[in-house]
Design a protein around this ligand. Sequence first.
Ligand SMILES: Nc1ncnc2c1ncn2[C@@H]1O[C@H](COP(=O)(O)OP(=O)(O)OP(=O)(O)O)[C@@H](O)[C@H]1O
Length: 276
Amino acid sequence: MKIGFLDIEWFDVLDVLLLAFLLYQIYFLVKGTIASRIFLGYLLVYLLYLVAKAIGLELLTTLLGYFISVGALALIIIFQQEIRRFLLIIGKSTNIANSRFVMRWFRQPSATEPTTPLKPIIDACKSMSSEFTGGLIVIAKNDDLEKFIQSGDRLDALISKRLLLSIAGQYSPLRDGAVIISEDRIRAARCILPISENDEILTSTGFRHRAAIGISEVTDAASIAISEETGRISLAIDGELYPNISSGELEEKLQQYLMELNKVRKREGGKDTPVE
Ligand SMILES: Nc1ncnc2c1ncn2[C@@H]1O[C@H](COP(=O)(O)OP(=O)(O)OP(=O)(O)O)[C@@H](O)[C@H]1O
């Protein structure tokens, strides 16, 4: 196809469409984050470079050229989180990631069969909420949370309502930070989680809730935040916060989220243990 002096092939159209789709995805990924401002700044410098090059400002072109080539590397470092999230989204949205073969090769053996009993967790959250005891509980799904577990005190204890309440208790030395649960065990307490940088989250949101969202952005874990101030229960999944939900809703959402994994396991023909 010829448009004016341009010779356009179907592949060129596909190329442009794919690039547009990619840019659209990147826009959604960085929207509202500090990264979006950095990205905009980098884009402006690149535009300046193109203008300087076009009008023949040699010194400026050389200088900006250096900046842009080093900048590409800097961008990878700055956008580490976003690139990770982007790849996670792609990985999650493809069925390949759920296939038996990929699961067998890439997943941690301990993380493939999460049989987390929800009842003691929900009951503990209910009590904490009514007593205005703050808490942050992370429930692992597929991703390995070892890095975060290492930041706290390892427990490796069976899940029980009483233990969760003791950890969160007013005089407990383990009450600060997050509790991490994987399968049927409380792996650690006092863990430090990444803080979400999403600007769209209300600025009034405290660090407990930002940390709950943060961990759900960088991993597929679900996290529950119980506010010390209001007693409200919130749930973060996939970078989204469901604020002020009832214990019933919490159970329903968690069950649904963890059941997605059971469906995969059913497809695989493995033994299925329903999440309680
Ligand atoms: N990055 C983090 N990782 C793990 N735990 C955290 C992190 N940041 C804060 N917390 C926990 O959250 C607690 C309360 O923090 P903050 O008061 O800022 O949160 P909040 O969202 O306003 O919660 P609340 O409504 O309970 O006051 C801290 O004492 C700490 O235990």
